[in-house]
Design a protein around this ligand. Structure first.
Ligand code: HEM
Length: 500
C-alpha cells in the first residue's frame, strides 16, 4: 500500500514537473532576443489579470502599450510568445508592406464549427482571399446607392418606436435602440429580410445572441483567440449554435420565397447567386452553397451589429454630453435636408460636420478595440535581429493609439475639430484605424458609415438627446468582452421631441 502511494506521488510530481517545463519552455524567448517583455506566470503567461477578469483584453493591451515607449513589447498568451506593436511605421509594414508575412488573424478557424468555419474574419489563406474578393462587390458604391431607400425605411421604424414607446420614459437605453436599428439595416440591405427589431422580435434576440451574452460564451470565444487547444479538445463553437440555427431557418425560408416569387433586389443574396454561377466547382453541392450564404449572413451580423451599434451609441452619448456640438450638428442636418426632397448619398456627403463627429466618436471609442495578425513565415523586424516566428501572434491596440497624447492631444476630450479639413492631414498615419487597415481591413466600412450617418440624421432631426439620472459621467466597460462594450451593455439617455 505504502509503495503504491509512493509511486502515485512520484508520478504526480513528475507530471507536474513535466507540465511546468512544457508550459514554461518558451518563457525566455523575448529575453534571449533582448526584447522588453512582461514577466510570465506558468499556466497563465502574461494574461493572469485577464483570466481573473480584473482587466479586459483591451484593458490589458492598453496597459502594455503604456508600460513602454519602445516600438514593441513582448508578452505571453499562456505559453505562446506574442508581441504588441506600438510604432506606427512598423504597424504599416505588418498591415500593408509585409502583408505577405501576416495574412491571417490569430483566431482559430475550426473545421468542426458549421457556422464559424465560413466567417470571413476567421478564414485563413488561400480561402480568405478567394472569398474576400467575391464579397467585396456587395459593398460597391452602386450597391450602396440602392441601399439608401431601404435604410430610410428602417430609420422610420426606429423613429416611430421612439415616438410611441420612449418619449415619456425617464431613461432609455440607446445601445439597445442602436443595435436593433443595425440588425434591421443589415437584414434588409444584405438579405432582403424585413425585420422590426424594436418590437422585441425573436429574430433580434437570436441576432444579438450570436456572440452570446454570458460568461461561458465569452470564455468559448476567448479560447478561439488564446487557447486553441481547448477549442479543439472540447469542440467549442465560435458563435452560439442555437441562435445560428434559428437565423439559418429564417434565411432559408426567405431564399425559397424569393426563388418562388422570382424577386430580384440586387442585394447580397443575388450577388451570391452570381458567384455560384461563376464558380460551379466551388459550390458543387447545394449544402456548401447554403453554408457559405449562412456563414456570410452571420458574419455581417457579427461584424456589423455590435460595431455599428456601438458607434451609434457612443456618438449619441457624446452628443448628449456636449449640447453645443449636438446643436451645431442638428443645424447642419436641418440645413442640408431643407435643400433636398429625398435623402441620397450625396445629401449625406454634404454633411461635413456629421462626418467629423462620427470620426471623432470612432477615435474615442473604437468598437473593435484591437486588431491582430498571425505571422505566417519567419519574420525579422527590419533593422533589428528580432525574429517573429511562424505562428506567433502580433497585436495592435487601437484604443491605446487613439488615446495616445502624442498623436491626439487631450485624448479624452470629444473634439470633432481634430477631423476638420485643416486638421486631419496632421494626423500621423497608422495611429487612427477604427476599421483596421491594409488588405484585411473591415469589409463593411462604407456600409457602416452610411447606416450610422442615416441613423443619426433621423434621430437628430426628430429629437434632442439629453442626459438622464442614469447617464454615466464617464463610461466604464465590460471586462468579459473583447469588444468595447459599455458596462452592462447599456447606456441610458433621454430623448425629447423637437416639437415640444
Ligand atoms: C462602425 C462599424 C464598424 C467598425 C468600427 C468595424 C471595425 C472592424 C475592424 C477593426 C476589423 C478588423 C480589421 C483588421 O484586422 O485590420 C473589421 C473586420 C471586418 N468587418 Fe468591420 N467594422 C464595422 C462594421 C462592419 C459592417 C457593417 C460589416 C458588414 C456588414 C463589417 C464586416 C467586417 C468583416 C467581414 C471583417 C473581416 C474582414 C476580413 O477578414 O477580410 N464590419 N471590422
Amino acid at each position: 500500500m505504502v509503495t503504491f502511494l509512493t509511486t502515485c506521488i512520484c508520478l504526480l510530481v513528475i507530471t507536474i514537473i513535466l507540465c511546468y517545463f512544457y508550459l514554461t519552455r518558451n518563457f525566455n524567448y523575448w529575453k534571449n532576443q533582448n526584447v522588453q517583455c512582461v514577466k510570465p506566470i506558468p499556466l497563465f503567461g502574461s494574461l493572469f489579470s485577464v483570466i481573473a477578469q480584473r482587466k479586459s483584453i483591451n484593458g490589458y493591451l492598453n496597459f502594455l502599450y503604456k508600460s513602454t515607449t519602445l516600438p514593441y513589447i513582448g508578452f505571453f498568451v499562456i505559453d505562446q510568445p506574442s508581441m504588441l506593436i506600438r510604432d506606427p511605421a512598423l504597424i504599416r509594414r505588418i498591415l500593408v508592406g509585409d502583408f505577405d508575412s501576416f495574412q491571417n488573424r490569430n483566431v482559430l478557424n475550426n473545421k468542426y464549427d458549421k457556422y464559424g468555419k465560413n466567417l470571413l474574419s476567421l478564414l485563413k489563406q488561400p480561402k480568405w482571399k478567394e472569398v474576400r474578393s467575391n464579397l467585396t462587390s456587395a459593398f460597391s458604391s452602386r450597391k450602396l446607392r440602392h441601399m439608401v431607400p431601404l435604410l430610410v425605411e428602417v430609420c422610420d421604424d426606429m423613429i416611430h418606436y421612439i415616438k410611441t414607446d420612449c418619449l415619456n420614459l425617464e431613461s432609455i437605453d440607446c445601445k439597445n435602440i442602436s443595435v436593433n436599428y443595425e440588425i434591421d439595416a443589415i437584414s434588409t440591405c444584405a438579405f432582403g429580410i424585413r425585420t422590426n427589431s424594436h418590437e422585441n422580435s425573436e429574430f433580434a434576440t437570436a441576432a444579438k445572441n450570436v456572440l452570446g451574452t454570458n460568461l461561458l460564451r465569452a470564455f468559448q470565444m476567448g479560447a478561439h483567440f488564446f487557447a486553441p487547444l481547448l477549442v479543439k479538445i472540447f469542440r467549442m463553437k465560435f458563435c452560439d449554435p442555437h441562435s445560428c440555427l434559428f437565423l439559418e431557418k429564417v434565411l432559408l425560408k426567405s431564399m425559397k420565397e424569393r426563388e418562388r416569387l422570382k424577386i430580384v433586389r440586387h442585394d447580397f443574396l443575388d450577388l451570391m447567386k452570381v458567384i455560384r454561377a461563376k464558380n460551379p466547382q466551388l459550390f458543387s453541392r447545394i449544402v456548401v452553397y447554403h453554408e457559405m450564404v449562412i456563414g456570410t449572413f452571420i458574419q455581417y451580423l457579427l461584424g456589423g451589429l455590435e460595431s455599428s451599434g456601438s458607434a451609434m451609441t457612443y456618438t449619441i452619448y457624446e452628443l448628449c454630453m456636449n449640447p453645443t456640438i449636438q446643436t451645431r450638428l442638428r443645424n447642419e442636418i436641418l440645413t442640408v435636408l431643407a435643400k433636398h426632397e429625398i435623402v441620397t448619398q450625396e445629401t449625406i456627403q454634404e454633411m461635413v460636420y456629421l462626418d467629423m463627429v462620427i470620426k471623432e466618436s470612432l477615435r474615442k471609442y473604437p468598437p473593435l478595440p484591437f486588431i491582430d495578425r498571425a505571422c505566417n513565415t519567419t519574420y525579422t523586424i527590419p533593422n533589428t535581429d528580432i525574429v517573429i516566428k511562424k505562428g506567433m501572434p502580433v497585436f495592435i491596440s487601437l484604443t491605446a493609439l487613439h488615446h495616445d497624447e502624442n498623436y491626439f492631444p487631450n485624448p479624452m476630450l470629444f473634439d470633432p475639430e481634430r477631423f476638420s479639413s485643416e486638421n486631419k492631414s496632421s494626423i500621423t498615419p497608422y495611429t487612427y484605424m477604427p476599421f483596421g487597415d491594409g488588405y484585411r481591413n473591415c469589409l463593411g466600412i462604407q456600409f457602416a458609415i452610411l447606416s450610422v450617418s442615416l441613423g443619426l440624421i433621423n434621430l437628430l432631426s426628430n429629437f434632442e438627446v439629453i442626459p438622464c439620472k442614469d447617464t454615466p459621467s464617464v463610461i466604464s466597460y465590460e471586462r468579459s468582452s473583447f469588444l468595447l462594450t459599455p458596462l452592462h451593455n447599456k447606456i441610458y439617455v433621454k430623448f425629447r421631441s423637437l416639437n415640444d
